[in-house]
Design a binder for this molecule. Structure first.
Ligand code: FAD
Length: 393
């Protein structure tokens, strides 16, 4: 089997890259370890930056997002018994974010790819990357018990944090940076109307809480929890009581509760691998970096990597500009580190650490400063809506 770009992983990175390349006449094959149904059952991100929205439109997979997604002009912070709104649109020169679930983005991209007839191989096990430092890279995999080989020009490693692509790189060719946080998020998805039109980030002495949403009747709520939390000990009732205790009184009173349709614990981690290019292998999205979800940046960073690789590959095939692929890592990493900084800062600002009272006073002072000074609010807005994508030229 032969293709131009072999894509490992059928998450948002792999599907979006595949669709954009296909529309430019560049052939791709996607190899995914899990089944399509399994990939679609994962509940993850839900806040899309303008850059992601634009790219999904360019990929011609935005029809449902444009019809059903919710544009948010602002976001709220609650702390010290009050709530402050950040006017994202007014402070960022008209930019907004779109609330539309990652699961739905994935579903739409899968449907768009199915229409094109491009090859996706699900339940491809034992995926192995070969010869990516040469101009004849290969990927082998097992499908239905039979080993197969895919020859290609380039490999895009879009296989997430636990994937095989990053692990295939020689240890002395890669450097990693990591911070693991001493708490996690206990999240609940419920078929209830969101408590507020906008997202609420709460700093509370009992711990952080987030009121998020996926649609008009699908809410996503999170509370900070210890890493050793046992999910079985968290009935829905206990979760709702704890969430209410961390929200301002009028928000807690307005909260509509209901049975959870998903409940899980996510650890929080910051991680970056440098570089992101190894010969003709490119790491994309979570395969190269992870952020704690506090700044809603994970999926959006995957999208800016895709943007950079898509344009570099397009110009390589169409204009002979292979020099642009050499710049892939440096262009991506400049934006990644800024989003890592914002996600780390939001996490540090809003969570309860086992720190001393001085640190808590500093948190309080930072929250007051950033929400009361126009410069502070503008800084939050500019980062939350997403920093601009760098041109690939
Ligand atoms: P993934 O979505 O991880 O996709 C990788 C794909 O590769 C998967 O389908 C996987 O099955 C496949 N794969 C893995 N190994 C192999 C292999 N060996 N061979 C073939 N295929 C393989 N971000 C936010 O912005 N906000 C959030 O609220 C948020 N919540 C999250 C909650 C959880 C539990 C997790 C895990 C992540 C969350 N994120 C969130 C991050 C966001 O979901 C990711 O940044 C995003 O999914 C990255 O997309 P990706 O395509 O790069 O990787």
């Amino acid at each position: 089997m032969k293709t131009q770009v072999a894509i490992i992983g059928s998450g948002p990175s792999g599907l979006l890259l595949g669709q954009l390349l296909h529309l430019q006449g560049i052939d791709t094959v996607i190899l995914e370890a899990k089944s399509q149904a399994y990939v679609l059952s994962r509940i993850r991100a839900g806040v899309l930056e303008q850059g992601f929205v634009d790219l999904l439109r360019e990929a011609k997979a935005s029809e449902r997002m444009d019809a059903e997604g919710h544009v948010h002009d602002g976001v709220e912070f609650s702390f010290g018994g009050r709530t402050e709104r950040i006017d994202l649109k007014g402070l960022s020169g008209g930019k907004t974010v779109m609330v539309y679930g990652q699961t739905e983005v994935t579903r739409d991209l899968m449907a768009a790819r199915a229409k094109t007839g491009a090859t996706s191989i699900y339940e491809a096990t034992d995926v192995q990357l070969h010869d990516f430092y040469s101009d004849k890279p290969r990927v082998t995999f097992v499908k239905d018990g039979k080993t197969q080989q895919l020859e290609c020009d380039y490999i895009a490693g879009c296989d997430g944090f636990h994937g095989v692509s990053r692990k295939s790189v020689p240890k002395d060719a890669i450097k990693t940076f990591e911070r693991v946080y001493p708490f996690g998020w206990l999240g609940v998805l419920s078929e209830t109307p969101p408590v507020s039109d906008e997202l609420i980030y709460a700093n509370h002495e009992r711990g952080f809480a987030l009121c998020s949403q996926r649609s008009a009747n699908l809410s996503r709520y999170y509370i900070q929890c210890p890493l050793d939390t046992n999910l079985d000990e968290w009935t829905d009732e206990r979760f709702w009581e704890e969430l209410k205790a961390r929200l301002p009184a009028e928000t807690a009173a307005a909260l509509v509760t209901g049975p959870s349709i998903e409940k899980s614990i996510a650890p929080l981690r910051s991680f970056v691998a440098e570089p992101m290019k190894f010969g003709n292998l490119f790491l994309v999205g979570d395969a190269a970096h992870i952020v704690p979800p506090t700044g809603a940046k994970g999926l959006n960073l995957a999208s800016s990597d895709v943007y950079t690789l898509y344009h570099a590959l397009r110009k390589t095939y169409q204009e002979g500009r292979a020099d642009l692929l050499e710049k892939y890592s440096e262009i991506c990493l400049r934006r990644i580190w800024k989003a890592e900084r914002f996600s780390w800062w939001m996490t540090s600002l809003l969570h309860r650490f086992d720190g001393d009272e001085f640190s808590q006073r500093m948190q309080q002072a930072e929250l007051e400063y950033y929400t009361q000074s126009e410069a502070g609010r503008r800084t939050i807005a500019e980062n939350y809506v997403g920093l601009p994508y760098e041109a690939v030229e």
